[in-house]
Design a protein around this ligand. Structure first.
Ligand code: NAD
Length: 325
């Protein structure tokens, strides 16, 4: 297949270039993000390959359909950046449903540990030979209650990790998994009981701002929150208020609602106009990372392999097991 590959970073080439040869696909790497303004670059290609901060809105999807592009290959599990209504029945949308759920869960635990035990602050201090530990006090996670919102692939990996910390695990998921030995409960109860909350649900209408002023008001004082799912799950303004009032003791964010155009880019010389994002980076007990929970060798290998297999299945007319419908 001839694939127009958007939002290319050096690490994408490393994993996709050699594997594309094996599958016989021809990839044209484009650094620009995918959006309506750049969709015309896909003219003459069979498929576009896009990442999480690309914007396949209705206008962009319509342009692809008009140009005869057959598929949108997502290098991700999430598909909230594709207008599925516009795509439905007109262009195939194929995703990578699971690449390394462990990678994301391990990263979520890393963020939690860092924002609790202030490892990022300690690192900075010792680099300056400031060996003072004032202000770096944390809490034991052992014996505390962890609330997991969304018990799919990543949520389940997170549960195993939290079990290793001897935490009591409670969960909320509208589709509980009977095989899991966790205490499912309504969201409101989870919010009231959890010392640590980890978000592992997709971004949808139902989950948009699932963490907002109201849900934060239902939480325990001193709660830790980690979000490695999608930025839109959290109302950043409410989160900041919760941090300022000290209701929230620490936050780990790998995603941010307005991350598009900022995450994955070097903005160190730019003026950040997003007040909430700028404010969040000033809290000592907030760790913000650039949507990199997935970023392990194992996950990159899987993403490349499954994406290219999806393209091969489409080309051969095989069953599309990873089609988003
Ligand atoms: P999954 O589909 O296996 O699991 C999602 C779970 O959320 C399911 O059990 C589902 O029933 C549940 N859910 C649906 N609606 C819900 C609601 N209203 N409240 C609570 N739970 C609800 O997905 P996954 O592979 O575990 O991935 C979870 C999310 O992680 C993805 O949607 C994606 O946004 C994010 N993700 C982030 C990274 C990263 O690099 N940070 C990488 C991969 C995935």
């Amino acid at each position: 297949m001839k694939i127009a590959f958007y939002s290319t970073k050096p690490y994408d080439r490393i994993w996709f270039e050699p594997m594309a040869e094996t599958y016989g696909h021809e990839i044209h790497f484009i650094e620009l993000p995918f959006m309506a303004d750049t969709a015309s670059l896909a003219r003459g290609y069979d498929a576009v390959c896009i990442f999480v901060n690309d914007d396949a809105n209705a206008e962009a999807v319509n342009m692809l359909v008009d140009m005869g592009v057959k598929a949108i290959l997502l290098r991700s599990a999430g598909y909230n950046h594709v207008d599925m209504k516009a795509a439905s029945g007109r262009i195939k949308v194929l995703r990578v449903p699971a690449y390394s759920p462990d990678a994301v869960a391990e990263f979520a635990m890393g963020l939690l540990l860092s924002c609790n035990r202030m490892i990022h602050k300690a690192y900075g201090r010792t680099r300056d030979f400031n060996m003072n530990i004032n202000g770096l006090l944390g809490v034991d996670f052992h014996g505390k209650t962890a609330g997991v919102i969304g018990t799919g692939k990543i949520g389940q990996c997170m549960i195993k990790i939290l079990e290793g910390f001897s935490m009591r695990i409670i969960a909320y998921d509208p589709y509980p998994n009977k095989d899991l030995k966790v205490e499912y409960m309504p969201l409101k109860e989870l919010l009231a009981e959890a010392d640590v909350i980890s978000l592992h649900c997709p971004l949808m209408k139902d989950t948009y701002h699932i963490i907002d002023e109201e849900s934060i008001s239902q939480m325990k004082k001193g709660v830790y929150i980690v979000n490695t799912s999608r930025g839109g799950l959290i109302d950043a303004g409410a989160l900041i208020d919760g941090l300022l009032s000290k209701k929230i003791a620490g936050v780990g964010l790998d995603v941010y609602e307005e991350e598009e155009g900022i995450f994955y880019e070097d903005c160190s010389n730019k003026i950040i106009r997003d007040e909430n994002l700028a404010r969040l980076t000033t809290f000592p007990n907030v760790i913000l990372t650039s949507h990199m929970g997935f970023f392990t060798k194992e996950a990159m290998h899987s993403i490349a392999q499954v994406t290219l297999e999806n393209a091969a299945s489409l080309e051969k007319g095989e069953e599309l097991i990873n089609e988003v419908k």
